[in-house]
Design a protein around this ligand. Structure first.
Ligand SMILES: *Cc1c(COP(=O)(O)O)cnc(C)c1O
Length: 498
């Protein structure tokens, strides 16, 4: 299996090269040249497997340059039972009728990013051994909250790696902030920036491609890589859980092998839903992928009209991990949907960086609309959805999941398409305790500090408090730096002692 770049399709690299490098030299994203195919017999054969074996079955088709032993080492280490609060790793829960929730937040940081970021450090160190002869890999992360912590936790004390995380100073929840600023490990650093997630992401991307900084790193035998979902090693683990949930639905008696399902994904950077698209292209019987957004509805507009326009008001919402106006992975979708038209992708991405917008052809958007539906919802609906599902089904979901649930309900109302559906649940409700408690209590939550809020949410709902969040209370804050976005490259020098 070889990979090419969305902005230069003459490039060919191995999986290990794509993962170690993170982003292609000319700024494009690595994508598989062709996809493996899973027929329904092969999918059915996975129903009796553990999550780890399902993961190996899917991943070995993509990581063909990894040996069986290497893959086994990576996957078994990443999804070790003691790191997850569910023996199924990513359980599917039936809420009502055809509405099923895929809980992706049972990992060590209580958000779905763990599904990929527990595996990525393994993939990256094995890849670096194959391709980067002993260099120390410096992971630079821009985070809207959850990636930062999940990457820190995945990479902490991993030999031959260092990790630097930048987060928007006012753009993460108090719990997310505490999770990051108390991070342990000898190879980690965390810094807040005055700006939003898109500022952080743009600055990180430009540091990556800055020749001067790269040279300085090379002198110290270091190289950059990325743990954001622009890295193929972040996306490929996410394909697994779409196959896994399908197998679980068969085992639960909700579908028969071969039946189609719909998939609804609360979306930010378009990584999670893109993994669902890859699963579909590989043969998983998915009918429609529904892209759910909060008030930052740039993707809804794109998928409805074909115009992507980031020049709009930016909202800080109760689902901060989706407060994104530049969805990086859309580039990969556009590449595949345009049959690998790298010139088109270069043009569109140039327009995005100069004008902040682009429009694709009627033909291209029509093709995309055959696979994707989209919707968005505003804050009050999010709260009402949390309360309704808790009161009616005793199912407690977080704010991001609630966005998807609400968009799904609207989708069914508008289309009547109520076949069995999986809605991705991307965070534990306790990661956003204040918002969730406020929703459950219909706006009447008491004013409390973050940990008292967790206790109160537990008292009111009875839902289990994840251990990693409860134990934060006893940790001290290690990282207090705040910098301007223009000064991020200096900060990188400082944090790496260059
Ligand atoms: C990252 C994140 C998302 C968005 O996922 P993308 O892959 O960026 O689309 C949604 N919800 C939560 C809780 C997240 O952490």
């Amino acid at each position: 299996m070889l990979y090419t770049s969305t902005r230069d399709n003459s490039i060919r690299v191995s999986a290990a090269q794509a993962i170690a490098q993170g982003i292609s030299e000319e700024g494009g994203l690595f994508v598989p040249v062709e996809l493996p195919h899973f027929d329904i017999d092969k999918i059915s054969s996975m129903t009796t497997m553990s999550y780890i074996d399902r993961a190996k079955t899917v991943l070995k088709e993509f990581l063909t340059d990894f040996s069986e032993e290497e893959l086994d080492y990576c996957v078994s280490g990443a999804y070790a039972a003691e790191k997850f609060s569910s023996p199924q790793i990513a359980p599917t829960v039936n809420v009502d009728g055809n509405k099923n929730i895929l809980e992706l937040w049972h990992g060590p940081t209580c958000a779905f990013k763990d599904m990929a970021l527990q595996l990525l450090p393994y993939l990256m160190t094995v890849s670096a051994k194959k391709t980067a002869d002993g260099k120390t890999i410096v992971i630079l992360v821009a985070t809207s909250g959850d990636t930062g912590k999940a990457a820190l936790e995945g990479f902490k004390n991993v030999d031959h790696t260092k990790i630097l995380v930048f987060y928007p100073v006012d753009g993460v929840s108090p719990m997310q902030k505490l999770q990051m600023t108390t991070q342990e490990g000898d190879n980690v650093a965390v810094c807040a920036i005055n700006g939003n997630f898109d500022d952080a992401q743009s600055a990180v991307k430009s540091i990556f491609t800055n020749a001067e900084i790269k040279d300085e790193l090379a002198k110290k035998n270091m190289m950059f890589s990325s743990a954001n979902s622009i890295n193929w090693g972040r996306l490929v683990p996410q394909i697994v859980y779409y196959f896994s949930t399908y197998c679980d639905l068969i085992n639960m008696g909700k579908i028969k092998a071969g039946d189609k399902i719909n998939v609804v994904v609360p979306t930010g950077n378009f990584g999670n839903i893109l993994a669902g698209y890859y699963a579909k292209k590989m043969g998983l019987p998915i009918k429609t992928l529904v892209c759910a957004s909060n008030s930052n509805n740039v993707l809804t507009d794109f998928l409805k009209t074909g115009t992507y326009d980031k020049n709009r008001k930016f909202y800080t919402t109760t689902s901060p991990s989706m407060d994104i106006l530049i969805s990086s992975n859309l580039e990969r979708l556009l590449y595949h949907m345009s049959d690998g038209d790298d010139k088109l992708i270069r043009d569109l991405m140039n327009k995005l960086s100069t004008d902040g917008k682009y429009t694709v052809s009627d033909e291209l958007i029509a093709k995309i609309q055959k696979e994707f539906d989209a919707g968005f919802t505003a804050e009050q609906n999010v709260d009402d959805t949390i309360k309704y599902h808790f009161d009616k089904y005793h199912y407690l979901c977080d704010t991001h999941t609630a966005v998807a649930v609400k968009v799904y309900d609207e989708y069914v109302k508008a289309t009547g398409d109520d076949i069995p559906t999986v809605i991705d649940s991307t965070a534990s409700p306790y990661k956003f305790s204040a918002s969730v408690l406020n929703a459950v209590l219909a706006g009447k939550a008491p004013k409390l500090d973050e940990f008292a809020m967790v206790d109160e949410l537990h008292k009111v709902t009875g839902a289990d408090v994840p251990k990693p969040l409860a134990s934060l209370k006893d940790k001290s804050v290690r990282f207090k730096d705040v910098c301007n976005k223009e000064d991020m490259s200096q900060m990188v020098f400082k944090l790496l002692d260059l």
